[in-house]
Design a protein around this ligand. Structure first.
Ligand code: ATP
Ligand code: MG
Length: 375
């Protein structure tokens, strides 16, 4: 069973501090919304208000259109999984999972049978009789999830449940969430500060900053059409070039690039994802290709971030001095290219591009189109 969740104009203050300011958010039936924000932005406070563990100062929480104000925590049909698994140390695995059913008055044998179904779902049926003190962090989290699911919640609230797990375990947990969505289809709010995790698991992402929702959109919209530079940064965008929008184009050191039709005229940052840029050998680039010099390389292992300094003045650096080819690391450098204002672009490339600082490269932009946000 699943429900639609709506948070309407919710604010929360502690004393004089406004922790949440007019937060509105809708999660459709069986949908999964990722709530992404930095530490202290108010993510856990939102979850606690949804669950009924905290009162909003203003605003409403609605489930299938019903105001939850007068509905006690245990009757809201929700389950909350915390960042740190809160298992009862004196109970073994199966009795931890059976606990909510026991509290609801079910007989022990029946509650255990029901719990076993969920232990199977999280692939820990073999651990049913184990004391909870003898589990790994990942196993503890899976048991917390099984216990939450055993309550058959209409809404599953996940508060950074995978933050402390290693990469492999996290990927196993992502698979488990996919299985849970396919088999049980609860409505999910997933709190995370990991943009990749939000992108992998959620249908849409709401970006929270300082108690406000900056943007709620699809994973693609947030990456390629951020509402503001703050959203771009939180989604890991590395390029924001200052300039001015007029007549549907952004004018900057990089030239005059078409941007979205409804971009207002005035000062604006041109946002271009590092993955939407490609490096082109300078001799293969066309007249409209940007050219610049490599200023830094950062290896990410399987990928490399290449920083390229691009100068204005037809965007072309002067030819290298005779006898020093473009492969020569001594070539380039800001001092020999001082043609005008510069911009630095970061390009994300696969593998090791075998470039050296100072080397001249062309930079291509997918679709030759950018996205402008207010400066
Ligand atoms: N009971 C409280 N009294 C006073 N301030 C509080 C209380 N609970 C939370 N806050 C403050 O509200 C802000 C938001 O807290 P919250 O726990 O919601 O952030 P968060 O986004 O979940 O952060 P994190 O990623 O670190 O878990 C913080 O500045 C916190 O100090
Ligand atoms: Mg938190």
């Amino acid at each position: 069973m699943s429900s639609a969740l709506e948070i309407r104009n919710v604010s929360r203050s502690f004393g004089a501090t406004n922790v949440l300011q007019d937060v509105s958010l809708s999660v459709p039936l069986s949908g999964c919304v990722g709530l992404l924000g930095t530490s202290g932005s108010g993510k856990s406070t939102i979850l606690r208000i949804i669950a009924g563990l905290e009162e909003p100062t203003a605003g409403q929480v609605l489930v299938d259109g019903q105001d939850m104000r007068a509905v006690p925590v245990e009757q809201r049909g929700m389950a909350l999984v915390f960042q740190k698994a809160l298992l009862f140390p004196h109970l073994n695995v199966i009795d931890n999972v059976a606990f909510p059913a026991r509290m609801a008055g079910q007989r022990r044998a029946e509650a255990r049978r029901h719990a076993m179904d969920y232990l199977e779902l999280v692939q820990l049926a073999d651990y049913a009789r184990r004391p909870v003190g003898k589990l790994s962090g990942g196993q503890e989290q899976r048991i917390s999830l099984a216990r939450a699911l055993a309550r058959n919640p209409r809404i599953l609230l996940l508060d950074e449940p995978f933050a402390s797990l290693d990469v492999q375990l996290r990927e196993d947990m992502y698979e488990l969430i996919r299985t849970i969505r396919a088999q049980l289809a609860p409505t999910i709010v997933l709190v995370t500060h990991d943009r990749q995790e939000a992108s992998i698991l959620a249908d849409s992402i709401a970006v929270l900053d300082d108690g406000r929702i900056l943007q709620h959109g699809t994973v693609h919209q947030l990456h390629y059409q951020p509402a503001t530079q703050a959203v771009n940064r939180l989604l890991g965008g590395l390029n924001a070039i200052p300039g001015e929008v007029s007549d549907g184009r952004h004018h900057s050191v990089l030239g005059h690039l078409p941007v979205q039709d409804d971009a207002p005229d005035g000062p604006a940052l041109l946002v271009v994802r590092q993955e939407a840029l490609t490096l082109i050998p300078p001799d293969e680039s066309g007249p409209s290709t940007l050219k610049g010099a490599v200023s830094a390389l950062t290896s990410l292992g399987a990928r490399t971030l290449v920083r390229v300094t691009v100068y204005s003045g037809d965007s072309n650096p002067p030819a290298p001095p005779a006898g020093r080819g473009p492969q020569d690391p001594a070539v380039g450098g800001a001092s020999t290219w001082d043609e005008g204002p510069a911009a630095t672009l970061t390009v994300d490339v696969a593998g090791n591009p075998h470039l050296l600082p100072g080397q001249v490269v062309g930079v291509g932009l997918q679709d030759n189109r950018g996205w402008a946000v207010p400066a």
